[in-house]
Design a protein around this ligand. Structure first.
Ligand SMILES: [Zn+2]
Length: 483
């Protein structure tokens, strides 16, 4: 499997340090607010990467941390008159709720920063002892960036460039504007832990060096592109300056989610929470939307994009449902499928695997799924083929392949009929459809048809069409849908 390594900026064959095993550490959320679509993108992508590694047979250990003490958590707690621990716990629980809905599998280990305070202090002490860090009179500890010549390697920035952007905030006692905090002296009314430098709490970057320490060297370290600098650059400096050969071999970063082509970030105030999105769309629609672009490309989050994702999902689920119905009808004659169809049907799953092995190209993998749905539709529409034994086999395989898509992508695993009904319901809700009125019109139409009053039945069909409802008459009765 090829993965794009930010360290070196090229695709590389994935070769784990320990044969047959893979260790992946992904930076998790700072638990002070509900997750937005940017978090969903990162979580869904690394979930697919984890699923793929397991599918390939690696014994994967997946670690994703929580930052549960931080300026933003403390600020929120103070504003709302709550305990900072309660603020963190609430948002960690909300993270689990949101991610469970998106079928993001739980990580094997979910360390929290506050559980690693002794380890954090140990690393700080080692760095101070080795001259790579220093404590200030007021009890802060800073990393001495100039004592670590490799600094900037991951993000590709030179020290000169960094100096231009570096600032010293009022009250900071840095030796050099480039230095960053490992440990912060506690201000009045802040949570604190006792330390060799007085009462204080950890800086953000050092947490990850402590929480990843039991697993070094990591095969994969991941996160959003916004973490490359300074967060991941600082993690490397801390972990490696503390005596570790390498923090991680593959650095994998997912792209931004943009709305109106701006980076999705809270500071810009244009974020959309997962729970707000899931009031209007099914979780699988959001998951599909996020996987329909390559993970390193920026994604524009738009209503139109979500509607298109919904239509695409519906196409595949409809094919799965039709395939199931056709299988149920039985009566299979001995007709073979045309050669081109058989060949394509055989090649498509191989292309699906190849796409995932090429830097987790989910956009292409989804394309292979659509091609399979198209072939199934072609089979179902062709009277001459429909009854053939080859066709029966193809439809059975289609259902089996959907189970594989569910395992690897977390998509197409729902029962098709139930999914299509849920999809119709959420679209009806989004369009403010008057369900009572629709039910009434459908009932009247059913009665008209039973009485062979076709003029009235057609008139009722037109009235349903006016509110965007289409009706199909089947042996099982009327089936309605939204245009
Ligand atoms: Zn981190």
């Amino acid at each position: 499997m090829l993965l794009y390594n930010t360290l070196g900026r090229k695709k590389e064959e994935f070769i784990p340090v320990r044969p047959g095993k893979a260790i992946m550490y992904v930076c998790g959320i700072t638990a002070y607010d509900f997750c937005h679509i940017g978090h969903a993108r990162s979580a869904v992508f690394f979930d697919v990467l984890a699923r793929r590694l397991r599918h390939l047979g690696y014994d994967l250990t997946f670690v994703r941390n929580f930052t549960d003490v931080d300026d933003k958590i403390i600020a929120r707690a103070n504003n709302e008159g709550r305990d900072w621990r309660e603020v963190a716990n609430t948002h960690i629980a909300a993270f689990h709720e949101d991610m469970d809905r998106l079928k993001v599998l739980r990580a094997d280990f979910e360390p929290r920063a506050t559980e690693y305070i002794p380890r954090i202090q140990e690393i700080c002490s080692e760095l101070v002892a080795g001259g790579k860090a220093y404590a200030t009179p007021s009890g802060d500890v800073y990393f001495r960036v100039r004592a670590w010549p490799q600094y900037g390697r991951l993000s590709g920035r030179s020290l000169d460039e960094l100096v231009a952007g570096a600032r010293v905030a009022p009250g900071e006692e840095k030796e050099d504007p480039l230095d960053f905090a490992l440990w912060k002296a506690a201000k009045h009314d802040e949570p604190f832990w006792e330390s060799p430098w007085g009462r204080g709490r950890p800086g953000w970057h050092i947490e990850c060096s402590a929480m990843s320490a039991p697993w070094l060297p990591l095969d994969i370290h991941g996160g959003g592109q916004d973490l490359i600098f300074p967060h991941h650059e600082n993690e490397i400096a801390q972990s490696e300056a503390a005596g570790n050969a390498a923090l991680a071999n593959y650095w994998i970063h997912n792209g931004f989610v943009q709305t109106n082509a701006e980076k999705m970030s809270k500071s810009l105030g244009n974020f959309t929470t997962i729970r707000a999105i899931l009031k209007n769309y099914l979780p699988e629609t959001l998951r599909f939307f996020l996987l329909s672009k390559h993970y390193r490309s920026p994604v524009d989050f738009t209503r139109q994009g979500m509607d298109e994702a919904e239509k695409a999902l519906k196409r595949v689920y409809s094919a799965l449902q039709e395939a199931g119905c056709a299988l149920g009808r039985g009566k299979w004659k001995n007709v073979d499928l045309p050669e081109d169809m058989r060949r394509e049907w055989k090649i498509l799953p191989e292309a699906f695997d190849a796409a995932l092995d090429d830097d987790i190209n989910t956009a292409q993998a989804l394309g292979q799924i659509f091609s399979q749905a198209r072939l199934v539709n072609r089979l179902l529409e062709d009277k001459n083929l429909r009854g053939g034994e080859g066709g029966r086999k193809m439809l059975l395989e289609f259902a089996e392949r959907a189970l594989n898509w569910e395992r690897q992508l977390g998509l197409f695993g729902a029962a098709p009929a139930a999914f299509l009904e849920e999809l119709r319901d959420i679209r009806a809700k989004r369009k403010n459809l008057d369900r009572g009125r629709v039910a009434d019109l459908l009932k009247r139409r059913e009665i008209a048809r039973a009485g062979k009053n076709f003029a009235e039945s057609d008139e009722l069909r037109n009235r349903l069409a006016e509110v965007g409802v289409t009706v199909r008459d089947t042996r099982e009765g009327q089936i309605w849908d939204l245009e």
